[in-house]
Structures are given as structure tokens and as C-alpha cells.
Design a protein around this ligand. Structure first.
Ligand SMILES: Cc1cc2nc3c(=O)[nH]c(=O)nc-3n(C[C@H](O)[C@H](O)[C@H](O)COP(=O)(O)O)c2cc1C
Length: 180
């Protein structure tokens, strides 16, 4: 990926690359975990819930994944998780990755995206505008006992409560054109 710059999180212009209230919710992201780029070595899924911020003084991405997702198994198993962000022209690819399961679908082929091993244990995509390589530092199940209002239960007709993962941003891989 000759058109990509790798930056330590502290040196990366994260505020320029990502917008806290629209990049995840409006543009969506791919959450990927795996040990290699072979068909069965990684899995990815689309997510539109999550946040950028600070935890334990570290720059973090927080995401929520239902245990029913195939990706859940990979995120649980691996130490690193990659969050990938795309130009709007890739919305269809993200729709595909959010409406098919890696159990039965080769998402790289179906979505026309190319998995790349960014570093050992971190799989991202060649087409991404930004790939964030992150280290899981905390996880915890969403507990309905903590819901402020019963209406939030409407998100869980199957009672498949998300697991929340707080992931420290280690490195940002950004396409040269994404940097101002
Ligand atoms: C726009 C969009 C946002 C989504 N956000 C989430 C999310 O934040 N958490 C989650 O668990 N699933 C989310 N999903 C659902 C998964 O992406 C979807 O179930 C996917 O098919 C799982 O693939 P897998 O079984 O290969 O892991 C979202 C789907 C779409 C289309």
C-alpha cells in the first residue's frame, strides 16, 4: 500500500481524519479481526454504533458487537482489532458486509474489498481511507439492569445484548489523500 502512511496514534491527526458524530454513525465502519488474510483467518462486519474518545488516558474506539455475529468470535479471540473507514463510494461494500455473514459468504469477494495484513495480527483493507489498528483493553457485556429506561429493551427482542469493547488506537494507516 504505497499510497498509505502509517502513523503512531500520538502522531496521527485523528481529529482531521475522523469526525466523532458522523464517521461511525453516518458513514459506518468495518470491524475486523484475524490472524491472516486467508479466507477463514479473518472476519469483518459493518457497524454504525460506537464512539471515539479517551479511556484510561488512551485514545480509543469503543464498539458494541452482538454475540450472534461471526465477527464476535474473531474479536474475542484476537488481541488486535482493526476499524476501517471508507469513502462514500464504498457504502455498498459496507452494506454487503453488514447484511451477510462470514459463515457462508466470502465478504472480500462479495464486497470487492481486499484484506491486507497491516501488521502481525491486524487485518485491514487496501481500499480504506483510514485503518486504525487497535488493542482491546476492556470488554464488558451490556447489562439491561443498567438501562435508564425500559424502552431501550426494544433494541434486544432476541435478548442478544451487545458486548462492549474498548480498543486503544495503536496506529493509524491513512491514504495520503486523506491528510490535509
Ligand atoms: C449499517 C449497519 C450497522 C450495523 N451496526 C452493528 C453494530 O454496531 N453492532 C453489531 O453487532 N451489528 C451491527 N450490524 C450488523 C452486522 O454488521 C451484521 O449482522 C453482519 O452481517 C454480521 O456479520 P458476521 O456474522 O460475518 O459477523 C450493523 C449492520 C449494518 C448494515
Amino acid at each position: 500500500m504505497a499510497d498509505t502512511i502509517a502513523m503512531e496514534a500520538a502522531a496521527a491527526p485523528l481529529d482531521e481524519l475522523l469526525r466523532p458524530f458522523s464517521t461511525i454513525q453516518k458513514d459506518w465502519m468495518l470491524i475486523t479481526a484475524g490472524s491472516g488474510i486467508g479466507r477463514s483467518e479473518w472476519n469483518t462486519m459493518t457497524a454504525s454504533w460506537g464512539s471515539f474518545g479517551t479511556f484510561w488516558n488512551r485514545p480509543c474506539v469503543t464498539c458494541v458487537i452482538r454475540p450472534s455475529r461471526h465477527t464476535f468470535t474473531f474479536v474475542e479471540r484476537e488481541k488486535l482489532v482493526t476499524f476501517s473507514f471508507f469513502e462514500p463510494s464504498f457504502k455498498h461494500a459496507l452494506q454487503v458486509c453488514g447484511s451477510t455473514t462470514g459463515v457462508t459468504t466470502d465478504k472480500a469477494t462479495a464486497a470487492s474489498i481486499t484484506p491486507v495484513l497491516l501488521e502481525p495480527g491486524a487485518v485491514g483493507f487496501a481500499e480504506s481511507r483510514v485503518n486504525l489498528v487497535c488493542r482491546k483493553i476492556y470488554s464488558s457485556d451490556v447489562d439491561p439492569a443498567g438501562f435508564a429506561d425500559e424502552s431501550f429493551l426494544e433494541n434486544y427482542p432476541q435478548k442478544d445484548f451487545h458486548r462492549m469493547f474498548v480498543c486503544e488506537i495503536i496506529r493509524a494507516y491513512a491514504k495520503k489523500g486523506s491528510l490535509k
